[in-house]
Structure formats: structure tokens, C-alpha cells
Ligand binder design. Structure first.
Ligand SMILES: Nc1ncnc2c1ncn2[C@@H]1O[C@H](COP(=O)(O)OP(=O)(O)OP(=O)(O)O)[C@@H](O)[C@H]1O
Ligand SMILES: [K+]
Ligand SMILES: [Mg+2]
Length: 677
């Protein structure tokens, strides 16, 4: 359904730049943002000083040991820096290619009636420009006159041009895209530096990356653990010395580094960046990391029927007369009501009339007044010059309209409209003044695979609510066919906000998609609002994500990516902390054996020598970071299930694994180190 752009995860230049950045990030001013690694860096510097000035510290351990500790610590920090730099690198590469799109171009600015050639960078909000075939659109804006096909491949990667036209929900254009046919008048909606492309570049570059509330909470936990272990290790020395045991500083630093959560501390920011990046690879622009995380915590998802659950090209497929009316009369009035109705539904009525070959006398509409379709009235049509009022619309709305003029409702109207609705179609009634002629059968189909996707969402514990302006019977048919949990029929955009507020009051996080200006308030209210790139700029500004492919059903995958991000972070945190506990049991016996050789009975792991045990634990502690980079970047394997089940499974795999793996790892490294020394 939605296309995933499979881009190569890593390229040579990205890796080379990341290697360079790992050293640049050693700068303490940068590193202090990562307190766990900052502590490791301080430790590294202390050990270096001890290597350089051994006499001053009265070091007991051999210089060889200290040098080894120094290098392992240095690499621990470098590995963490590398993880972050690698994750950032992918965004930077993408930002570079976007920047190439952001060429300076000229603009035909309209000043009164005169066209003035100016540079695109001089355009301000509210300026009006003329863009002709072959020209670049100089800035974000809304089409206020005309219709054109626009090549948006520079931004969306999609090569087929899209139609942009004045009025309605497809009027927004993006700076840097190219008009391939016709001419449009565009009102600019953003000042220089604030365009969609500018924002996108900032986002993928990570310049605007702020820590999310979840990340801040986790960071606080990591800092607390670090402080606790720091106090433990610092007080260990005087206590031990009171007992007559002399613990060497490099050994204590090694213990500290093994105990503090370096694994998750080193990978945390890479996990966050990679999660955002996975969303971007999916052609969805998330305005913040917070939005991606919120997606992972969603409890309720609100989906439109038309275009999201169904294909949405709701086409007139049949004229169904009612009472004593003829199909010919019905076809005529259906056509008249649609002459100026530019909605896909309206155009499809004209098409059907042509296809069925019914006559239509041109000119009937002259001097008449067009009644535009509105979601509130659920009707559209025409008031003709001779006083005839022609309408088509939702059956209930037309019935009320006819009754208000004291008209009769044909006896078989309900039966016929229910027949259409129970097949999942939308019946539109057609009336002239107080007389109902019949129904237009609008056909729409549920997208394939919807049922499976909703099943998955249910397994994740997410409730789905379908909102539609359609009648209850059509709504319930489609809802049953697609397998959503509940539905709201005859809903207006205002309803959506009510539903969102209601769910949020119960403490739930809500996601929704939308594209129209009237969706904007609901998109802003939702915790995750995914706007379609084809939609209006109001919708795009209100939302916290924009889908460049304009596929509303993608919200389902975005939620999966968010879940995966949260899971990856949880899994690696569990693994990291379990690891540290295991290392404690490897390193403590070794430490005391160093001071009191008789304590060698504690050496249950049978490690070569106390110093090789410490070195091995430290090496394991360092290399686990690069070994986990692929997992941090790719995300852990994700199978839809409830959060509780997931948590249990994760604690089992990553908690237990986290305890066992270090014992094996340290033993293997110890064998190698003992062989080598
Ligand atoms: N062009 C039109 N002219 C007259 N009536 C229309 C037209 N388009 C839709 N309707 C009627 O108005 C109802 C509401 O339409 P609206 O576009 O608000 O919601 P919807 O498309 O049915 O649902 P969704 O919220 O899933 O998009 C439709 O169900 C249909 O009965
Ligand atoms: K550690
Ligand atoms: Mg609609």
C-alpha cells in the first residue's frame, strides 16, 4: 500500500565522517550533554595522567595495566560517539540532498497588475506570484487561481506529477517543486527560512533535535545510577584502606565504568535519531522526536472512512429511480445538480451520465446559482433561473429538505437506499423542489489487507474508531468489512475533536490523519496528527507529522515505528543494566584478589589473573557498544502484541540475556588476554 524507500543504511562517506566526528565529539563541552560518557572521559583523563606521571600518584599497578585501561576507556567513549555520529550522518546526508533542491530561483511577483521579476529569497508571506510551465515554485503557498500539474519529486521522491488547483483541499504547493503544465497564481504562505523545506532540512539534520520527555526521564535515571555508583566507588577506597586493603585508582575507575550504564548511555541518542530516521525513510516527516514516541504510545486511532479505509474514489455507478420516476429523469436532475460540483463524486455523476448515453440539454444551468457541497449540509446542487431548486445529497438531508417543503417521501426510497448502504455503497438522493427522483449509487471499496492491519492494531491494544460523514448503515457495513472496533456515522469535523477530547480525558493518547482545513483543529488536538502532503497548509501546520506520499493509512505503520523505537530503548536499557550487574560479580572478586591474594577462592569464573579479569570486563564493556549499534539503528524485531506481554517478554530476553552474555563474553576475552599476555 504505502511505499517504503529502501535506502542503503550506511555508505562509505557516512562511516568516514562518523569516524572523524567520534574524535570531534571528545570535546568535553559537547560530551557533557551525555553525563554517563562524560564521567568515563574524566576517568580516562585521570588514568592518562597516572600513565604520564606515575611517580606523582605513587601507582602500584604496572604501567602496562594503566596504559591498557587508558586505551580501553578512550575507546569506550569513542564507540559511543561513533554510534551517535553514525545515526546523525544519515540525516545529514539526506539534508544535503534536500539543500540541493533549495536553489535560489526567480519569482514573477504580482504587484497590482504588473509582473515584477524578483529573487525567491525576497518573497514574504502574503505576496502573490505567477508560476508558469517549466518554472520552479519560488516558495510555499496556496494556489489562488488556476490549475496546474506539479512535479514534487524533489521532495516526495514520487515522479508522477500531481494536480494542484485553487479552492478545496488540494491547493497547497511547496517551494522547490516544479510546474510541468499550465499556469497558477500562488499566494506565498511562509517567510524566508521558514518554509517546509527549511523545516525539513533542520529536522533531518538534527539541528532542532530536542530530547523527548521519555529520553529526559531515562537520562535522569542514568544520571542517578551514575551518581550512586560514583559515591559507592569513591567511598570504597577509604573503607578498604581502613581494613588495610589498598585499592588502586585505575582499578576503581575500571570498576566505576563497568558499573555505570555505559551501554545505554552510549546508544541512547543513536536510538532516538535512528527512530526518527526510520520514519523519514518511510517518507513521513516528523516535526519532533516526541511525535514519533507518542505514536508508540497510542491507545486510540481515529480514521476516516473515505480514502483511508476505502480507496476513496467514490464513483457514481448506477442511477436508481424511486416511486414512479424514470431513470431518464433521474439522470437528468442528477447531472444538473453536478454540473458545477467539482468534487470527485460530482464529476463521476457527469461521467456516468455520459457513459449511459442519456441526453443532456446544455445551457440549462445558465443564470442559475451553484450550491457548493458542504460537509454540514451534506448536499450540493443548483438553483435554476426558472426557480427550480435541484439538490443531491445524503438521503437523510434530502428527505428533511423535501419535507420542509411539504413534499412526499416515495415509499420505496428507504428500502432502495438501505440496499445500497448495506453493500457498503453511499446512496445520494436527488430531488427537485419537493420531489425525490431517486438515488445515485456511489461505489467505494475497502482497501485490501485492512482487516489484517486492524487485527494487528488490536493485538497492540489500540482501539480504532472510524469517523465518516456517511449514513449509519453504510458506515456499519464498511466498519464490519474493514474490522474497525467502532465507528461514528454522520460525523462532522467538529465531532472528531469531541471524540479526541473524550478519549484524552480518559488518559488515552490519540492519533488521527487528515488533509482538509477543517481537519486542522483536530490534527492539532490529537497527540499524533498526520497530515497529507497533498492537503492544505493549515492542516500541515497543525499536524506534527506530514506524509509526503499522502497515504492516510500509513498512520498504522508510523505507530509501529514508534512502538519499535520505545521497545528498542527499553530492551537496550534492560540489557545494559543487567550487564552491569553481571560485570560487578566478575570484577569485585578480581579487585579484592589483587589486594589480598588469598581471596582467589572468589574467582568462580576461573579468570586468568585479577588484572586480566578487570581488563576483560572493561574490554567487554567497551565492545558491547559497537556490537549493539546495528540493533540500535535497525530497531529490535517487532511483533504486534499487548504492552504487558511485550514487557514480560523483553525483561526475559534482554534481562536474562543481559546477565548471561557478559559472563561468557568476559570469559572468552580473558582467555584471549591471558594467551596474549
Ligand atoms: N459532492 C457531493 N454532493 C452531495 N452530497 C455529497 C457529496 N459528497 C458527499 N456527499 C454526501 O455527504 C456525506 C458526507 O460527506 P463527507 O465528505 O463529509 O464525508 P465522507 O466522505 O462520507 O466521510 P469521510 O469522513 O470518511 O471522508 C456523504 O456521505 C454523502 O452522503
Ligand atoms: K557499564
Ligand atoms: Mg469526504
Amino acid at each position: 500500500m504505502s511505499k517504503v524507500q529502501k535506502k542503503k543504511l550506511l555508505t562509505g562517506p557516512i562511516v568516514r565522517n562518523a569516524l572523524k566526528d567520534s574524535f570531534i565529539k571528545l570535546n568535553p563541552m559537547t560530551l557533557i550533554k551525555n553525563p554517563v560518557m562524560f564521567v568515563v572521559e574524566i576517568g580516562t583523563i585521570i588514568v592518562l595522567l597516572m600513565v604520564l606521571f606515575p611517580g606523582y600518584f605513587g601507582a602500584k599497578e604496572s604501567v602496562g595495566f594503566n596504559i591498557s585501561v587508558f586505551f580501553i576507556l578512550l575507546f569506550t567513549v569513542l564507540f559511543a560517539n561513533f554510534a551517535e555520529a553514525l545515526a546523525e550522518g544519515r540525516g545529514k546526508a539526506q539534508a544535503d540532498s534536500l539543500k540541493k533542491t533549495k536553489r535560489e530561483s526567480f519569482a514573477n511577483k504580482l504587484v497590482g497588475d504588473v509582473v515584477k521579476k524578483v529573487s525567491s529569497s525576497e518573497l514574504r508571506k502574503g505576496d502573490v506570484v505567477l508560476v508558469s510551465q517549466g518554472e520552479l515554485i519560488p516558495g510555499d503557498g496556496e494556489v489562488i487561481e488556476g490549475l496546474a500539474s506539479v512535479d514534487e519529486s524533489a521532495i516526495t521522491g514520487e515522479s508522477a506529477p500531481v494536480i494542484k488547483e485553487a479552492g478545496g483541499d488540494f491547493n497547497s504547493v511547496t517551494g522547490g517543486t516544479r510546474v510541468v503544465s499550465d499556469e497558477i497564481k500562488v499566494r506565498i504562505t511562509s517567510d524566508p527560512g521558514e518554509s517546509f523545506l527549511d523545516r525539513m532540512i533542520l529536522l533531518v539534520e538534527g539541528a532542532k533535535r530536542q530530547k523527548t520527555p521519555n529520553e529526559i526521564a531515562l537520562n535522569t535515571l542514568l544520571i542517578s545510577l551514575t551518581i550512586i555508583f560514583l559515591i559507592v566507588v569513591v567511598t570504597l577506597r577509604p573503607i578498604a584502606s581502613y581494613l588495610g586493603i589498598n585499592l588502586d585508582i585505575p582499578v576503581l575507575i575500571s570498576l566505576l565504568v563497568c558499573l555505570i550504564p555505559t551501554t545505554i548511555g552510549g546508544l541512547l541518542s543513536a536510538i532516538g535519531i535512528a527512530g526518527m530516521d526510520r520514519v523519514t525513510q518511510f517518507n513521513v516527516v516528523a516535526m519532533s522526536g516526541k511525535a514519533v514516541e507518542a505514536a508508540g504510545d497510542i491507545n486510540t486511532m481515529i480514521l476516516d472512512k473515505t480514502g483511508t479505509i476505502t480507496f476513496g474514489n467514490r464513483m457514481a455507478s448506477e442511477f436508481v429511480p424511486v416511486g414512479k420516476e424514470t431513470e431518464t429523469d433521474l439522470a437528468l436532475w442528477a447531472t444538473v445538480s453536478s454540473l458545477k460540483d467539482e468534487t470527485p463524486e460530482g464529476r463521476s455523476v457527469i461521467e456516468l451520465n455520459k457513459k449511459l448515453g442519456y441526453p443532456y440539454e446544455a445551457g440549462l444551468e445558465e443564470g442559475g446559482q451553484f450550491i457548493e457541497f458542504r460537509a454540514e449540509t451534506r448536499m450540493s446542487g443548483m438553483d435554476l433561473r426558472d426557480g427550480l431548486k435541484v439538490r443531491k445529497g445524503a438521503v437523510d438531508s434530502i428527505k428533511n429538505w423535501v419535507l420542509s417543503q411539504r413534499g412526499q417521501i416515495p415509499a420505496n426510497l428507504d428500502q432502495k437506499s438501505n440496499a445500497i448502504a448495506s453493500m457498503g455503497g453511499t446512496p445520494l438522493a436527488v430531488a427537485v423542489n419537493d420531489r425525490i427522483y431517486g438515488l445515485i449509487y456511489l461505489k467505494d471499496t475497502v482497501k485490501p489487507g485492512m482487516k489484517e492491519r486492524f487485527d494487528e492494531l488490536r493485538k497492540m491494544g489500540i482501539k480504532t474508531i472510524m469517523c465518516t460523514g456517511d449514513n449509519p448503515l453504510t458506515a456499519s457495513t464498511i466498519a464490519a468489512e474493514a474490522g474497525v472496533d467502532s465507528f461514528i456515522a454522520e460525523s462532522t469535523p467538529e465531532n472528531k475533536i469531541e471524540v479526541i477530547r473524550r478519549e484524552q480525558k480518559e488518559g488515552k493518547l490519540v492519533a488521527m490523519t487528515g488533509d482538509g482545513t477543517n481537519d486542522a483543529p483536530a490534527l492539532a488536538q490529537a497527540d499524533v496528527g498526520l497530515a497529507m502532503n497533498s492537503g492544505t497548509s493549515a492542516a500541515k501546520e497543525a499536524a506534527n507529522m506530514v506524509d509526503l506520499d499522502s497515504d492516510p493509512s500509513k498512520i498504522i505503520e508510523v505507530v509501529a515505528i514508534g512502538k519499535q523505537l520505545l521497545m528498542t530503548r527499553g530492551a537496550l536499557t534492560t540489557f545494559s543494566i543487567a550487564n552491569d550487574i553481571a560485570k560487578y560479580f566478575a570484577i569485585i572478586p578480581a579487585m579484592f584478589t589483587l589486594a589480598i591474594p588469598e581471596m582467589n577462592v572468589l574467582n568462580v569464573m576461573g579468570l586468568g589473573s585479577p588484572s586480566s579479569a578487570i581488563i576483560s570486563a572493561l574490554i567487554f564493556n567497551a565492545i558491547v557498544i559497537p556490537l549493539l549499534i546495528p540493533l540500535a539503528m535497525r530497531g529490535v524485531k517487532y511483533k504486534p502484541m499487548s504492552s504487558v506481554k511485550l514487557l514480560r517478554q523483553n525483561i526475559f530476553i534482554y534481562g536474562l540475556g543481559g546477565i548471561i552474555v557478559p559472563f561468557i563474553g568476559i570469559k572468552v576475552i580473558d582467555l584471549l588476554v591471558s594467551m596474549w599476555v
